[in-house]
Design a protein around this ligand. Structure first.
Ligand SMILES: [Zn+2]
Length: 388
């Protein structure tokens, strides 16, 4: 028997396992519907939009089939993204993940045979066919918990961390609307959100989490809507600068942290706005002034950048050209995908996998770390992410 035959047979077995897994999953779902018939229609409708997709992802991960079918989506490298790390994930309205999740992700990456490297080393390895596979671990926005809760975990692995820091988080001169919303939902049971023409309830954890999701979806990539939140914050006595002061590094703290052998500081604009929505001159200034600020702070060249928000609506080809012109040699989006040698031809729109969501299911973690979540979510898109 030759190898191809053998591997085809193992794929057959995986498909059989997948069918068994999916059947069991759907049988459990059907039984739970029978237990509460009144709720069934609503739950079936919801299942069609979410549960079937989630069950499919779970089955693909558990059977190993996702990895097998889409093995060409596994890149030589992968960049993973975190934001806040929370000791109490519920108190943070699930806007950050636990140190345990970070440790789990690093353990998985190591088990995959990946070395942890800096962005600079990652770009070198993409050009070196003999280099070992790698992972880059990144943290956005300059939160103090990255030092207090994440760095000890990275030290366990000897893993470098890259922090993408907006100037305004350090100078307390930033419209960190996402922190304002979280504070609003934490402190008040009901909020008249005039810009949305809605009254939001936030009396318990599920309603708070739902309200947070609704507001974030409503904002989308519309800068004007983030501005419209200001009167709401003011009316509720919420001062965003105080929230930033509570959570983000001071200038001295960031300067001290930058001297840690595992830490590299990268750019993230001065004001953390949707760059694609700004006039060209203003967008460029936001990129370049942040780089100048950070270089003066750390006393060394700052060469890696991450786009605020990082979605297709927040950054594209125009922004990539600006980041290049500002002197950055590598820039990360939040588009799904792994890193491939071809990315050296366009290093200013690098994909990055978000592993920082609270309570991320094991199947999603597997799909992201093995690369195939891109195949699942961007049907028809090839392995090498750029503008999509
Ligand atoms: Zn950010």
């Amino acid at each position: 028997m030759y190898r191809g035959d053998c591997s085809a047979r193992s794929d057959q077995r995986k498909i059989a396992d997948l069918k068994t897994y999916a059947m069991q999953n759907f049988a459990r779902f059907a039984a739970s519907l029978a237990a509460d018939p009144a709720a069934a229609p609503g739950r079936v409708a919801k299942a069609l939009s979410t549960k079937s997709a989630k069950a499919m992802e779970g089955a693909l991960a558990a059977s190993g089939l996702g990895r097998t079918i889409w093995r060409n989506y596994r890149g030589k490298g992968v960049a993973v993204m975190f934001h806040e790390i929370h000791a109490d994930v519920e108190a943070g309205l699930r806007t950050g993940c636990s140190p345990g999740q970070l440790r789990f992700v690093l353990t998985r990456l190591k088990a995959e045979g990946r070395d942890f490297v800096t962005v600079e080393e990652a770009m070198r390895r993409l050009l070196d066919p003999a280099a070992r596979d790698f992972a880059v671990v990144t943290f956005d926005d300059g939160y103090r918990d990255n030092r207090d809760l994440a760095l000890p975990v990275l030290e366990e692995f000897g893993a470098p961390m890259t922090l993408f820091v907006p100037t305004g988080m350090i100078t307390r001169n930033i419209d960190a609307w996402w922190l304002g919303i979280r504070e609003l939902l934490t402190r008040f049971d009901a909020i008249d959100m005039e810009p949305m023409n809605r009254r939001l309830t936030a009396a318990d954890a599920p309603s708070r989490n739902a309200a947070l999701r609704d507001i974030t979806l409503w904002i989308g990539t519309d800068q004007a809507r983030t501005d419209a939140l200001q009167p709401v914050f003011a009316r509720h006595g919420i001062h965003v600068a105080d929230l930033v002061d509570r959570l983000a590094f001071t200038q001295d703290e960031l300067k001290a942290l930058a001297r840690h052998p595992l830490v590299t500081i990268g750019g993230h604009t001065s004001t953390h706005r949707f760059l694609a929505r700004l006039p060209e001159g203003e967008a460029y200034e936001d990129i370049a002034s942040n780089r100048a600020y950070l270089e003066a702070l750390v006393g060394a060249p700052v060469t890696a950048f991450a786009y605020p928000y990082g979605s297709a609506g927040a950054c594209g080809a125009r922004e990539a050209a600006m980041v290049d012109r500002a002197g950055y040699t590598a820039a990360f989006t939040t588009r799904l995908g792994h890193l491939f040698p071809q990315h050296r031809e366009h290093p200013h729109l690098l994909p990055r996998e978000d592993l920082g969501g609270a309570y991320m299911p094991g199947a999603e973690i597997a799909g992201r770390l093995e690369g195939w979540r891109r195949a699942l979510k961007r049907a028809g898109a090839g392995p090498i992410a750029t503008l999509d």
